[in-house]
Write a protein that binds this ligand. Structure first.
Ligand SMILES: Cc1cc2nc3c(=O)[nH]c(=O)nc-3n(C[C@H](O)[C@H](O)[C@H](O)COP(=O)(O)O)c2cc1C
Length: 318
């Protein structure tokens, strides 16, 4: 079974990916957060910087596109191939209102015919491996039958299925029964994604689907960056490793954003997940949320590492 790190906009950029593989070993693949192909076909330099091969040594990286104009997406697929990328992933899973209102992401699942036309345009021009990351549908898991019928028309190199519907956002639970029902009808390699945050949950999924091609981890891997290392029989994150990892992120973002002040909000986004690895973190978590100055951040991060017991698994978020 292959292990993938999920694309997470605002979290799994090159700074996180490089620090993650340095401290905890890489997954089989990282998926980059989505890029929207620009209608004017002028690549946005700042966005492309995240995908420069020289900024991404190590574990293979798969870029992801989020769009609804097939020919524009195909243009960007070619551009990414020229940069050296082989597989490109298409996002039909993003449930954010700002994205789906434009008919993108999971919004593409509203109309299987438009989805078909999009894929037709991409496959007609884009030559080379294309994978898809999808949800089950917009409001009812039964929609997946018609959606899969469309996917089956194309030689997708992999289908990553997050078994929720668009309207669920991240509420409730991933629908494992719907995933199991869909699996036998998928002729392409399939990757499961959703709600795996502990080693026991990962093992349970693996036992349920021993022949599954891959598993993708998102929030669980942000919360416990050693989760995949543990899945391969390695050690849980140590305090020193986690401190080194968070320190590298802080310095990396300070450099990337041009100031420690700007790095803090990104660090807060990472801490939102990582703090669950510490017992009794409520007070310091409140401080983390409120603080604004780099010195306050540094003192609070030091206190977390110095004072709080480290757990082997993240506590569930209540
Ligand atoms: C903050 C955040 C950002 C995300 N960004 C992306 C993205 O850029 N592309 C994508 O396909 N999915 C994105 N996702 C969805 C994740 O890749 C993943 O499918 C989702 O979190 C469910 O998996 P998990 O339960 O393992 O976290 C994002 C999710 C979150 C919470």
């Amino acid at each position: 079974m292959l292990y993938y790190a999920a694309p997470m906009e605002g979290l799994t950029d090159r700074v996180w990916r490089q620090a993650h593989q340095k401290f905890f070993g890489g997954p089989d693949r990282y998926y980059a957060p989505f890029l929207s192909p620009p209608e004017n076909r002028i690549p946005v330099k700042k966005k492309m910087a995240d995908l420069l091969p020289e900024a991404n040594p190590g574990a293979p990286l798969i870029p992801q596109l989020l769009g609804k104009d097939g020919s524009c997406a195909a243009w960007m697929v070619r551009l990414l191939r020229e940069m050296g990328y082989e597989e490109i992933n298409l996002n039909f899973g993003c449930p954010a209102g700002t994205v789906t209102a434009k008919g993108k992401g999971a919004g593409m699942l509203r109309d299987p015919q438009a989805l078909d036309e999009f894929l037709y345009a991409v496959f007609a021009e884009a030559g080379g491996p294309i994978s898809v990351k999808t949800r089950l549908g917009v409001s009812d898991p039964a929609e997946f039958e018609a959606i899969l019928e469309v996917y089956r028309k194309y030689p997708l190199c992999e289908l990553i299925l997050h078994p929720r519907v668009m309207k669920q956002l991240y509420r409730g639970q991933a629908n494992r029964a719907a995933f199991a029902r869909a699996l036998p009808s998928c002729p392409m390699p399939v990757c499961y994604n959703g709600d795996l945050t502990t080693l026991a949950q990962l093992r349970e999924l693996e036992a349920e689907h021993p022949h599954l091609h891959a598993v993708m981890l998102g929030r669980g891997l942000i919360a416990d960056p050693a989760l995949l290392r543990k899945a391969r029989g390695g050690a849980p994150a140590s305090r020193e490793e986690l401190a080194g990892f968070m320190e590298q992120l802080y310095h990396g973002y300070t450099q990337q954003f041009g100031s420690a002040q700007c790095a803090i909000s990104r660090m807060k986004a990472v801490w939102y997940y990582v703090i669950r690895l510490f017992e009794g973190s409520e007070e310091l978590e409140k401080q983390l949320k409120k603080l604004r100055q780099p010195w306050e951040y540094e003192v609070t991060a030091d206190r977390i590492f110095a004072q709080l017991p480290l757990l082997e698994e993240p506590l569930p978020r209540l």
